[in-house]
Design a protein around this ligand. Structure first.
Ligand code: GLP
Length: 265
């Protein structure tokens, strides 16, 4: 596991975007796992910029998003489909046929979850999975307590997750109670994982995930078991990890790279 720590959230997100761009140049037909959430906004902005400025092409890439709310039509501005269109898909040369999200309007969400996972398998699995982390340590919409062997499934969101995501909805509008999410098992099956964690409100989740034991109460802690995880964090989120590393440099991470100068960590 490699942890890259930056001074600001924007720097961390841009560096993560650069890594995705690099992978796209090397493997134009890459299968990307995509994520939503505020953390990803500047990352997608940077990818769009690179597409415009340098011609970075998404034409042959295939994408699978982690999750979608149940009951939100794709046109609803807070749906993850609309979010992805607005932030990335509409501004690049990606082939719309190759962009996938679970269908939150399916009459049979359980069946949709199974079919979604089958589509990922048909595409050959995920090469590079982009992940954020919830304040309670969730990854995708796998809330605390989710089994590490979970497949793609229907989930009831924690109140705290609904509250955290209310900012993407109109004032007074209800946040959906349920979602379809990739399970922890298919996330772990990705060949590489790129986790972006920024902001002081993620500090506790980040520390629990990577300084504590692997524990289903903190779903992100399962990433300790994956052989190929790269973390891009800002100082505010990573402060406990970087201070521990300075106190005892051999804390079990392959590498902690400070991109902000050792004096500032
Ligand atoms: C949602 C998404 C997660 C994301 C999390 C954090 O719950 N399902 O995939 O990691 O939000 O989002 P934010 O970056 O807004 O804190």
């Amino acid at each position: 596991m490699q942890i890259n720590v930056y001074g600001t959230a924007i720097e961390a997100a841009y560096a993560a975007a650069d890594l995705i761009a690099e992978r796209l140049y090397i493997s134009p037909n890459i299968v990307l796992g995509l994520a939503t959430g505020g953390t990803m906004e500047s990352l997608y902005h940077h990818l769009v910029e690179r597409h415009r400025r340098t011609g970075l092409s998404f034409r042959f890439a295939t994408t699978f998003n982690l999750d979608e709310y149940i009951g939100l039509a794709p046109a609803h501005p807070a749906s993850y489909r609309a979010t992805m269109q607005r932030l990335l898909f509409d501004h690049t040369d990606i082939d719309p046929q190759r962009t996938h999200l679970p269908d939150g309007m399916s009459m049979n969400p359980d069946q949709e979850a199974v079919q979604y996972e089958a589509k990922i398998a048909e595409a050959g699995g995920i090469d590079l999975q982009l992940l954020g982390i919830g304040r309670n340590g969730h990854i995708a919409f796998n809330e605390p307590g989710t089994s590490f062997s979970s497949q793609t499934h229907v989930v009831t969101l924690d109140r705290s997750t609904q509250a955290a995501n209310a900012r993407f909805f109109l004032e007074g509008e209800a946040v959906p109670e349920r979602a379809i999410t990739m399970g922890i098992s298919p996330i772990l099956a990705s060949r590489e994982i790129l986790l972006v964690v920024t902001g002081a409100e993620k500090r506790t989740a980040f520390s629990e995930a990577f300084l504590g034991q692997v524990n289903p109460q903190c779903p992100a802690s399962v990433l300790q078991l994956h052989p190929n995880v790269m973390i891009y964090a800002d100082r505010a989120a990573a402060i406990d990890v970087t201070s521990l590393n300075m106190a005892s440099p051999n804390v079990g991470f392959d590498k902690i790279c400070s991109r902000i100068g050792a004096d500032n960590v």
